[in-house]
Design a protein around this ligand. Sequence first.
Ligand SMILES: [Zn+2]
Ligand SMILES: [Zn+2]
Length: 248
Amino acid sequence: MKIVFLGTNGWYDTPTGNTICTLLETNDFYLVLDAGNGIYKLEEYLDNSKKPIYLFLSHFHLDHIEGLHILNKFSFDNTLHIYGQPGTRKILNNIINQPYTVSFPGLPFEVHLHEIETGIHHLPFRVECKFLPHASPCFGYRFEIDEKVITYCTDTGPHKNVEELARNSNLLITECSLKIGESYPGWPHLNPFDAVKIAIKAKAKTLALTHFDANIYRSIEERLESKESMKKLFENLIYAHDGMEIVI
Ligand SMILES: [Zn+2]
Ligand SMILES: [Zn+2]
């Protein structure tokens, strides 16, 4: 399975990166995680646009959904299925609509909006979702696809739900908004050490950090400052950047 980091910034775009969006290319479908501005690069990677596309949204902070306003540039041959927490339909139909942008019915392909509750769901793949601690209700996801477990948790503070979703996962993709020593309890996020601790506790095989706060991490070099010390604690550690591809 190929994973492409299309956008790896939190909050806003900078020359270092676009806001958060990640693509997983599986045998039978494409899975897109969040719809920040990095989503515009999607068409470079969709070789077989006949595969269904599943887009999972963590929450509705704009850095996770702002890319939805450019959906009308795509010409997907298949339905775009958008999944999110209860309330997704009302929120998205408000924002992805006039006077802001083209509405879903106006797009050149079909869009289905699906609201899912916490718990386990059997779609064409198994997915489990739990709420994560954040400034606005946010879902974390555990996907089981092609005999691999991929966990996606951003935005979040340290919490047992992240650990539970990440238990024995092949890949934990989580956020790294803060620098070591930083925390903002009123608006929870992770720093690299928080993320590594979670990966160790959960016995994840690989940890990929993304969603680097654009105002805190102003360059790729700044993102990598903690890499050496963190890799001593957790060897299979990836600091994502826009355009990075990994295979698990
Ligand atoms: Zn965010
Ligand atoms: Zn957020």
